[in-house]
Design a protein around this ligand. Sequence first.
Ligand code: NDP
Ligand SMILES: O=C(O)C1=N[C@H](C(=O)O)C[C@H](O)C1
Length: 244
Amino acid sequence: MLKILVNGAKGKMGQTVVAAVQADAELELAGQTDAGDDLAAAIKKSGAQIVVDFTQPSARLANVRTIISSGADAVVGTTGFTEEDLKIIDAESKKLKRAVLIAPNFAIGAVLMMQFAAQAAKYLPSVEIVEYHHDHKADAPSGTALKTAQLINEAVGQTAPPAVESKEFLPERSQGARLGNIRIHAVRLPGFVATQEVMLGALGQRLVLRHETINRESFMPGVLLACKKIGGKAGLIYGLEKIL
Ligand SMILES: NC(=O)C1=CN([C@@H]2O[C@H](COP(=O)(O)OP(=O)(O)OC[C@H]3O[C@@H](n4cnc5c(N)ncnc54)[C@H](OP(=O)(O)O)[C@@H]3O)[C@@H](O)[C@H]2O)C=CC1
Ligand SMILES: O=C(O)C1=N[C@H](C(=O)O)C[C@H](O)C1
């Protein structure tokens, strides 16, 4: 049995991971920690081999460092990692011979949406992303929207800019945040868990790729798969698609 500690265990995702680990015959729930707990001490005391981390974007790097320096591998869903963070984690985890899997989205459908979007943008290079989340979300745009835009930019080089810059009549950007030429719009409303639309427009036509998450159980197959697959590896694995 693989021993799992859940960090952020009192949170929305953490509680769902605790239940999923308890229900899995190959995994043992070795511990639970949350804000204010001593994560390093909990890892050592419980003998956890893997820590699943769904906490706060502001704590992302400190938590990963604590996990790998305390002798465990990490499966991380927390969002907010920058390119610089990822380089640091890759170097430090290789040095410590620990595996760190970070996925901005553990739902298989979302991973497919990102890949389809990158493929479609090669032929339809005018792209905007609209992401919809619950109104308790700490960060915007979502980790998934940022990763989608990065994947599209990598696949296409540069997407097409809009034909004109519409004049804005409010100080905030009503036409969305930008990553390259891709505009990203973040909706925060009760009634959503997580939904994303990638819209690709061309003369007389639109392709809309839409992924909808209606509960947090949707992320669990990806999280459990990651726990079972990262053992014995060293370094950063970025994205669930790398282990599918
Ligand atoms: N990759 C994926 O598939 C998914 C990723 N996410 C991401 O996971 C993260 C958590 O989301 P969610 O569960 O909805 O958020 P919640 O706010 O519901 O839960 C986060 C929990 O972590 C606790 N926490 C905060 N800081 C620390 C810390 N330094 N150490 C340990 N625990 C801490 C919080 O405590 P307190 O409330 O006291 O601050 C809270 O109990 C977000 O970044 C979100 O974007 C969410 C869904 C899917
Ligand atoms: O906070 C959430 O809820 C989610 N966060 C992740 C993100 O920022 O992309 C994954 C999913 O969208 C749910």
